[in-house]
Design a protein. Structure first.
Length: 341
């Protein structure tokens, strides 16, 4: 059902960012299609917001609050790539809205945290455009459209686990035999979810590598060599995600935590850029204070760690003293939401 568009109608969307516990990278083609990938991730309650206001003319105005980036064109056919808002441009071009609008994107200064804020931005943009031209966007369609914009239309290398978590929310164990994944029900008890939220914490290192395209292309090239370090690391990352999912299903959080370090070891073997001085300094603090589990998230802007009570407190104090930020973890269980104001 399509809306009768009127100027000043306003629509909103909100998409969560994520933490990836294990398996990140194994969701990327061609590896996942040839050898199967597996990822364990979770959406958390930090969000990217998109607000769309319908115009009476055909003009399109886009503004990113955090980066102060803007673009203005008089009509859809005037949109061209070559802008730092290319993800948004690609989304608009794919969805072909038949109305002018103003679109504002606000990620709450999350860009650079390594928690897939760009995928959440893309997913929120897809959802708000879909909501503006239809009543309610379908979650699976939002996930697939967001993935297609980034991986097909813009030909950026990578997988789709980020878009899945942003669209669906929750704690996800996802298997990949192609670009698009299939989620398997973990059926976690409320006690396990509570303990995870109580004992997990994020360390914002502020050192995310935001130019990962060469990284993914190099990994893709190495996948063609079965004896390469990257190929072996991707197999290890996938298998660790599978083992970690089983640990959560058994409510074995000691094993879950230990596997986080195992995942980190495979990340370090994947590519030289998966480690830097600040990340290794944080790792030393975590080991020194006896934190039982930790792993790097995404591009390295954050580390996810698991520790109970006093151990976690001591680690947090030392990490804060070293200039890092500490964020609590609260899971988002609903994924992308939209509404009309």
């Amino acid at each position: 059902m399509f809306h009768n568009m009127n100027g000043n109608q306003r629509f909103h969307a909100r998409a969560p960012i994520l933490i990836d516990f294990a398996g990140s990278g194994s969701d990327c083609p061609p590896f996942c299609g040839e050898h199967e990938g597996a990822v364990l991730n979770a959406a958390i309650r930090k969000y990217v917001y998109a607000t769309l206001t319908v115009r009476d003319d055909n003009a399109i105005h886009v503004r990113a609050v955090d980066t102060k980036s803007e673009l203005q064109v008089s009509s859809l056919d005037k949109l061209e790539f070559g802008h730092d808002l290319d993800l948004i441009i690609g989304t608009i071009k794919r969805l072909q809205p038949e109305f002018g609008f103003e679109l504002e994107i606000d990620s709450g200064m999350l860009k650079g945290c390594g928690l897939s804020a760009s995928a959440a931005m893309l997913t929120a943009t897809v959802a708000v455009l879909q909501r503006a031209r239809e009543d309610f966007p379908d979650t699976e369609e939002v996930y697939r459209l967001a993935t297609q914009v980034e991986r097909e239309d813009l030909a950026l290398p990578g997988g789709s686990q980020d878009h899945f978590a942003a669209a669906y929310g929750g704690i996800n164990y996802i298997r990949f035999e192609s670009l698009f994944g299939q989620s398997l029900d973990l059926d976690l008890s409320p006690e396990v979810v509570y303990l995870l939220e109580q004992n997990l914490f994020l360390i914002h290192t502020g050192t995310a590598d935001l130019s990962r395209n060469d990284f993914y292309r190099e990994i893709q090239e190495q996948c063609a060599q079965p004896q390469s370090p990257a190929f072996e690391a991707l197999n290890g990352l996938r298998d660790t995600a599978k083992a970690m999912a089983r640990s959560l299903q058994r409510a074995d959080l000691d094993s879950f935590a230990a596997l986080m370090y195992k995942n980190w070891e495979f990340q370090r073997r994947l590519h030289p850029t998966c480690a830097n001085k600040n990340i290794e300094t944080c790792r030393a603090v975590l080991k020194e204070t006896g934190v039982p589990g930790a792993s790097v998230c995404g591009a390295g802007g954050c580390i996810i760690a698991y520790a109970e009570s006093e151990t976690g407190r001591q680690a947090k104090l030392k990490l804060l003293a070293a200039g890092n930020e500490i964020w609590p973890v609260h899971f988002d269980q609903v994924g992308t939401v939209t509404y009309e104001a």
